[in-house]
Ligand binder design. Structure first.
Ligand SMILES: Nc1nc2c(ncn2[C@@H]2O[C@H](COP(=O)(O)OP(=O)(O)OP(=O)(O)O)[C@@H](O)[C@H]2O)c(=O)[nH]1
Ligand SMILES: [Mg+2]
Ligand SMILES: [Zn+2]
Length: 358
């Protein structure tokens, strides 16, 4: 298999040069579980494990290999198991904060061009959740495509689609059906050969059904919604990078229920261009749009150009992002205090938990 079929470009070759000289072979991560990875190089798929070397570099858990990553592997002659010795810097990534009080990051997919954010018609479309997904995608540097699936369950999708278009802010919104095949040719057109997409959404919206349709046969398991228990048992349990017949790549993911944003330096403003535009006219450059005088954003709500619920959603996400940032800061301080108490050597031995374990 040619590496270019997996999305390898001259830019990656350039980045890989020093590793090539060190005798490593480039490969892309297509699956991961607790201990093993499947990676594909130009000689085919291999079972891979990360080496002690990679552990000893004391990488942040978010920097360990994830589905979509380009890694350097060493292929020993004696076994069929390869060792993963380096991870190339990511072009884009989708991250969230792991559940719970601890401020730790979980990387959901890396090196993706497009993120298909799927919502199901036939049930009320959750605008606020869509906004949250869009912030996550923009923050990671990917381009979103909003996919409204299960069009066959909705008599008249047009009014809903119009509302969603306003939230999507110029990014494509497709009304599709994995059941009837509606608009799947349009979706295929967006997935250019050699590019990588990730498919995101809550459990049961039909992500794997869409992947199967795009693939042309059943490669991913799916489950009827009514057979899922209330705890949200997912039919897809692991992320997987799949090569589609048209030459594009897609990462199917387990459904995300409630999720929190990890960070959003620019993602929030990119996902809310209407609010960002108004904010330029606020009196204070760092206006929080909550209590300040001469706030153009709140004025927009008064004038009726901005929906109050959209501003509320923006402010809620802003609070959440600031809260995670504060907790990260506190954790760093606490860790530094611990380090100075126990001495550097003890600190270096400490093992950080993998956020994927949660
Ligand atoms: N009516 C209708 N049902 C669909 C459509 N797409 C998917 N479904 C059904 O919705 C259910 C869930 O589909 P999945 O593809 O398993 O959903 P998923 O998003 O992959 O779910 P997780 O893997 O749990 O995150 C299945 O019963 C599908 O047959 C569609 O376009 N129309
Ligand atoms: Mg699935
Ligand atoms: Zn303001």
């Amino acid at each position: 298999m040619e590496l270019s079929a997996l999305g390898w470009t001259p830019d990656w070759s350039e980045l890989f040069k020093p590793h090539l000289q060190a005798g490593l072979v480039p490969a892309r991560v297509v699956t991961e579980d607790k201990h093993y990875y499947t990676v594909v190089s130009d000689t085919g798929p291999h079972l891979g494990q990360i080496t002690g070397k990679l552990h000893h570099r004391r990488l942040h858990p978010g920097q360990l290999p994830k589905v979509g990553d380009w890694v350097g592997i060493r292929i020993p002659e004696a076994t069929d198991r390869v060792s993963i010795e380096c991870v190339l810097p990511r072009r884009t990534q989708i991250t969230r904060k792991i559940a719970g009080r601890e401020a730790a990051v979980q990387v959901l997919a890396t090196n993706i061009d497009l993120a298909l954010v799927v919502q199901a018609l036939g049930e009320p479309v959750n605008h606020r959740r869509l906004e949250r997904f869009l912030v996550m995608v923009h923050e990671g540097g990917a381009q979103p495509v909003v996919v409204l699936n299960k069009a066959d369950l909705c008599a008249d999708p047009d009014p809903i689609t119009d509302e969603i278009r306003r939230i999507a802010g110029g990014h494509p919104v497709l009304v599709v059906s994995a059941r009837t095949g509606r608009a799947l040719p349009r979706l295929r057109e967006l997935l250019a050969p050699g590019t990588t997409a990730v498919i995101l959404g809550t459990s049961g919206v039909g992500k794997s059904s869409l992947v199967n349709r795009l693939y042309g046969e059943r490669v991913q398991p799916t489950l009827p919604v009514r057979e899922r228990d209330s705890k949200g048992r997912h039919s897809t349990t692991a992320r997987e990078l799949i090569l589609l017949p048209n030459g594009s790549l897609i990462i199917d993911t387990p459904g995300l229920r409630e999720f929190h944003l990890w960070s959003a330096d620019d993602g929030l403003d990119v996902a809310f261009p209407d609010i960002a535009a108004l904010a330029h006219q606020c009196r204070f450059r760092d206006c929080s749009h909550r209590t300040e005088s001469d706030c153009a954003v709140r004025q927009g709500v008064t004038d009726g150009t901005l929906e109050a619920s959209r501003l509320a959603s923006y402010l809620k996400l802003r609070t959440e992002i600031d809260d995670v940032a504060n907790r990260r800061q506190n954790q760093t301080w606490a860790a530094n205090r611990r380090r100075s108490r126990t001495g550097t050597r003890a600190w270096l031995k400490r093992d950080e938990p993998d956020p994927d374990d949660s």
